[in-house]
Design a protein around this ligand. Structure first.
Ligand SMILES: [Zn+2]
Length: 135
């Protein structure tokens, strides 16, 4: 609004000067005043449009981050539900021969060589140094 106010102010000043618009100088000044008024309006229109565009882009960006949050949250939640988490730590799975419960172990538990089944308390031993399997 400020630009068109200024243009209108200048136009008002020029009208107050009672410029003779039949002279060459008068014609130039009148044309300049009209041009400034039009430019001020055009710039204000573009500014409003740019503001609206920024608002739209902002809200799109917010929507996108919400979607990303939901997507990744759901993605990792699903993995957790399956007890099948593979992140940076290597995890091993074995099935307790006593109760059939699936047990997830990390590196440290495997290094210990044995664990107790969290379900039935059965002591499970394993040895990954060779491939002997006792049945
Ligand atoms: Zn068990």
């Amino acid at each position: 609004m400020e630009l068109s106010n200024k243009a209108a102010y200048i136009k008002g000043l020029m009208e107050g000067m009672k410029i003779d618009e039949s002279t060459d100088q008068g014609k130039v000044l009148k044309a300049m005043a009209e041009l400034m008024e039009e430019m001020a309006k055009a710039i204000e229109d573009v500014t409003v449009l740019a503001d609206e565009t920024v608002d739209v882009v902002d809200s799109l960006s917010d929507d996108l981050s919400d979607l990303e949050d939901d997507f990744y949250e759901e993605y990792y939640d699903d993995e957790d539900d399956d007890d099948d988490v593979f992140d940076d730590d290597t995890l091993y799975e074995c099935v307790c021969p006593s109760c059939g419960e699936t047990i997830v172990m990390d590196d440290k538990m495997v290094e210990n060589g044995s664990i107790e089944c969290p379900n039935c308390g059965e002591s499970l031993e394993f040895d990954f140094s060779d491939d002997d399997t006792e049945e």
